[in-house]
Design a protein around this ligand. Structure first.
Ligand SMILES: N[C@@H](CCC[C@H](N)C(=O)O)C(=O)O
Length: 305
């Protein structure tokens, strides 16, 4: 199948963007994986597909597939910013504020004159069953007016990894704050993101049995009350240069744990995101950051089932 695509990135989290506003391409999960494949395909953390509005209260719908496994996911913060840049650049709309349906709900996005995009990401969700997070056998520890969950990382999994952990006993238990931004997040506070065991613990947290739909694992270093450094080991993608929903989840967790103020600069390996949350359960999280078109192209997608 011959397709046109646009390659985009938001703070280094990269995307293949497809236009289905004039008809479905009907790609299979294997074809999404091929598009995400950096060696045999185009290469992207996620594939974003833009579709016509399904209801009159929104302007578009877009769906998100993780490039590594081709599975559909609920939400993608950096992708949302690229989506609005895309529909404006392609002439699909001339509105500077766009409402779009994603699997998780409806987002409102605004492109500023400076090229940064602001997204109303909706309210965070703390209902653990909806994350989903299975607390069976786990006990929360109160912290800063909220709580963290000590999560035992399977000792045998830790020891079976090809890499050596400096201290297996210490690394086997991590305290995570658990919440959903439409997709699931487990956020831990670390002293230094540069030395945090992201590659070692990330896959163990991602696939921990307490998270039946797996989870995105965040590692947050508090710089001061208005700034954090963040690395995220994304579900079905591995560590990415930035994760928008991960940045929102980390800031919300930091605010609830009493560590952060309501407006926070999030320094990721791919760039700066700004996250604001007033702190109320129903208050929306606002995220702003860059959205960049890298190139456009055409390709022949192999017939993969
Ligand atoms: N990169 C994203 C999140 C993409 C989905 C995530 N890997 C998941 O499986 O939930 C972002 O910017 O939020």
């Amino acid at each position: 199948m011959h397709i046109r695509f646009t390659k985009m990135q938001g703070a280094g989290n990269d995307f293949v963007v497809l236009d289905e506003t004039r008809g479905r391409l009907g790609l299979t999960p294997a074809q999404y994986r091929w598009l995400g494949d950096r060696h045999f395909g185009i290469g992207a953390d996620q594939i974003l597909t833009v579709r016509p509005a399904p209801t009159p209260d929104v302007d578009f719908e877009y769906v998100i597939h993780n490039g590594a496994d081709g599975g559909e996911v609920q939400h993608c913060g950096n992708g949302a910013r690229c989506f609005v840049r895309y529909v404006r650049q392609q002439g699909l709309t001339d509105q500077s504020t766009v409402r779009v349906k994603v699997q998780h709900g409806v987002l409102e996005l605004t492109e500023g004159a400076d090229g940064r995009v602001t997204v109303d990401m909706g309210a965070p969700m703390f209902d653990l069953a909806r994350v989903p997070f299975n607390t069976h056998g786990l006990s929360p520890v109160p912290e800063g007016g909220w709580q963290v969950w000590p999560l035992p990382l399977e000792q045998n999994l830790v020891e079976n990894q090809a890499f050596a952990l400096v201290n297996t006993a210490q690394s086997a238990m991590v305290n995570v704050a658990v919440l959903s931004m439409g997709n699931p997040h487990a956020v831990q506070v670390v002293a230094d993101v540069d030395t945090a065991p992201v590659a070692q613990q990330g896959p163990l947290i991602e696939s921990h049995p307490a998270f039946p739909e797996r989870v995105n694992a965040g590692f947050m270093q508090i710089v001061d009350r208005g700034q954090i450094r963040l690395r995220v080991y994304e579900r079905a993608a591995g560590e990415t240069l930035a994760c928008g929903t991960g940045a929102c989840a980390a800031v919300v967790a930091g605010i609830r744990l009493g560590l952060l103020d309501t407006k926070v600069g999030v320094h990721t390996r791919g760039g700066l995101l700004t996250i604001e949350w007033a702190g109320g359960e129903h208050d929306p999280v606002r995220m702003s950051g860059p959205a960049v078109t890298v190139f456009e192209g055409e390709t022949e997608v192999p017939d993969l089932k």
